[in-house]
Design a binder for this molecule. Structure first.
Ligand code: B1M
Length: 209
C-alpha cells in the first residue's frame, strides 16, 4: 500500500525518482488524485515552506523539492484532469509581469484543472496586455493572477484596469504570498484566495457553480 507520508517525505527530501515512483504506486492502487496531491505532494511542499520560514532549509532545498513535485505531477496531472467531467469554464492564469515565481501558480492551475476548469496557463512574467488578449481570444470567464513579490503586485491592478477598458466580461482573481483580501478589495479584483484549494472554491463561486 502506497504511503502518502512517504510521498510527502520524498518531496521534502527532493527525491524526484522516489516521488515519481510513489505517485505512480498510489495511482495504481486507486488512491484518489486529490488525496495524492493534498496529503502527499502539497503536504510536503507545505513542510518545506515552514522549514524555509524557520531558516531550517534555504532556497536550493526549496527548489529541489519543487522539482520533485514537478516530476510527480507529470503522472498525477492527467489523473486530476480526468477527474473533472465537463470543463466548468475556461480560465486564463499566469504569474504577473516581472515575477518569475511559478510554483504556487502551477498548483493553482493544476487544482483548477482537477476541479474541471479548462486552464490556459500563460506562464510567468505575463503582462496586462497578454492577459487581456488571451482572455479575449479564448472567451475565458476567469483571469487568475499570481504574484510573490510586493514589487510586482501593481501589475495585478493594471491588468484589472485593462480588462475593464477592453470591456471584457471576465472575473478576476488574485493570490500569492504577499497578496491579501484587503489588497484585492482595493484594486477591484473579484476575488482573493490564500491557497490553491480555496482558489478552486473561489473560481467556482465566481462563475456561479
Ligand atoms: Co523568491 N522570493 N525571489 N524565489 N521565493 C520569495 C517570494 C520571498 C518571500 C523570499 C524571502 O525573502 N523571504 C521574497 C519576496 C519578498 C517580497 O517581495 N515581499 C523573494 C525574493 C526577494 C526573490 C528574488 C527577488 C531574490 C533575488 O533574486 N534577490 C527573486 C525574484 C525573481 C523574480 O521573480 N523576478 C526570487 C527568486 C526565486 C527563485 C527563482 C529562487 C525561486 C522561484 C522558483 C519558481 O517559482 N519556479 C524562489 C522561491 C522558491 C521563493 C520562496 C522560497 C518560495 C515560493 C514558493 O514557491 N512557495 C519564497 C519564500 C516563501 O514564500 N516562503 C520566495 C510555495 C508555493 C506553493 O506557495 O507561491 O505562496 P505560493 O502559492 C500558494 C499561495 O500563495 C496561493 O496558492 C499557492 C498554493 O497554496 N496562490 C494563489 C499563489 N498564487 C495564487 C493565485 C491565485 C490564488 C492563490 O489565484 C489566481
Amino acid at each position: 500500500m502506497a504511503d502518502l507520508n512517504l510521498l510527502s517525505d520524498a518531496i521534502i527530501r527532493g527525491d524526484q525518482s522516489k516521488a515519481l515512483e510513489l505517485t505512480k504506486a498510489a495511482i495504481n492502487e486507486g488512491i484518489s488524485p486529490a488525496d495524492i496531491l493534498n496529503k502527499g505532494l502539497v503536504s510536503g511542499m507545505n513542510t518545506i515552506g515552514e522549514k524555509f520560514k524557520n531558516n531550517e532549509v534555504y532556497i536550493p532545498e526549496v527548489l529541489i523539492a519543487a522539482y520533485a513535485m514537478k516530476a510527480a505531477m507529470t503522472v498525477l496531472e492527467p489523473k486530476l484532469v480526468e477527474a473533472g467531467v465537463q470543463p466548468l469554464a475556461r480560465a486564463v492564469v499566469g504569474t504577473v509581469q516581472g515575477d518569475m515565481h511559478d510554483i504556487g501558480k502551477n498548483l493553482v492551475a493544476m487544482m483548477l484543472k482537477g476541479a474541471g476548469f479548462e486552464v490556459i496557463d500563460l506562464g510567468i512574467d505575463v503582462s496586462d496586455k497578454k492577459f487581456v488578449e488571451k482572455a479575449k481570444e479564448t472567451n475565458a470567464k476567469i483571469i487568475g493572477m499570481s504574484a510573490l513579490l510586493t514589487t510586482t503586485m501593481p501589475s495585478m491592478e493594471r491588468t484589472i484596469k485593462a480588462c475593464k477598458e477592453a470591456g471584457l466580461a471576465v472575473k478576476t482573481m488574485i493570490g500569492g504570498a504577499p497578496v491579501t483580501q484587503a489588497y484585492a478589495d482595493r484594486i477591484g479584483a473579484d476575488g482573493y484566495a490564500a491557497d490553491a484549494a480555496s482558489a478552486v472554491d473561489l473560481a467556482k463561486s465566481l462563475i456561479g457553480k
